[in-house]
Design a protein around this ligand. Sequence first.
Ligand code: NAI
Length: 340
Amino acid sequence: MNKINIGIVGLGRMGQTHARNIVVNIPEANLYAACSVAEIEFEYAKREFGVKELYQNFEEMIENPNIDAVIIASPSGFHTEQIRLAMEKGLHVFSEKPIGLDIEDIKETIKIIDSHPNQIFQLGFMRRYDESYQYAKKLVDEGILGELTLIRCYGIDPSTELESFVKFATSSNSGGLFSDMSVHDIDLVRWFSGQEIKRVWALGKNAAYPELDELGELETGAAMMQLKDETMAILVAGRNAVHGYHVETELIGTKGMLRIAQQPEKNLVTIFNEQGIVRPTTQNFPERFREAFIREMKEFVSCIIDGRQPNVTANDGLQSTKVALACQKSIKTKQLIDVE
Ligand code: NAI
């Protein structure tokens, strides 16, 4: 069988991770083309990955008849339009989260996705492909925790990434802390509980980085949520974890509790020195979720080969963005918000 020719749009932090995974870990696929608005990234793509077909315009890239599938790793505000264009060109689509930033726009995009049932669509909720999360999900589904009562999630970016985040948020619309960061946790809450979220109340504070005020961005945010069956969820999102990249999830049920990555350790090394007992922390998302990013891309390519749709759907994108936007609204209005 011929390799699946992939065109990637966006060669920034996320795009580079996907590009490398295709080249190094997915023998059934070929990184055939890349699209970016930054010249410097073309040099990188040629040098690192040997990509020959380089484009500054997405529509031009998808005109290339040799491309079978696209990976969308452009800024979040471009996702829906690029998904629609690629679907209408007959291509399989993997899109980074969030699926979009506007509910009506996402719904229109889902109509187009649904009208092409033979093309694969997958959304980048890679945590669902992480081994620990998959193991925990299996235990929860087997009933080890009894009935869930509360889910607590932390998703906090390292402060070392703040400068690059400010650049990202200045040049494009991140969608805000909840759409950008918490969508992963919102998806996990929905995935673990099998429930939709019906009500949210969110708060935020900028303390260490008041410059985020000017961008309309939050450094730390928290949201309390109620699910349809009255299960509760507490989400903390932030951009200022001084020790590294902190993603942690806790599930509490009637028969017990379960924690994933209670301490976001880098590996099994422990250092004993003048600071005491030191466990190094994971420093960024490509490091913590390295295997999950590879596994989600393998799934995308397998789905194309097998002609089946992946478990992470466009509707998961819609529902998580609905909740994230309800959190943003709650921050703005200082009110408890019912999710539509
Ligand atoms: P970035 O700013 O590092 O890179 C953006 C890339 O898009 C750059 O290559 C830029 O040249 C390109 N670009 C910008 N405008 C474009 C246009 N009009 N046409 C074509 N290319 C264009 O951003 P980053 O952090 O890589 O984020 C990209 C997407 O990935 C975002 O939607 C973000 O939410 C998502 N993401 C997902 C993560 C995950 O955990 N799954 C982690 C980080 C980002």
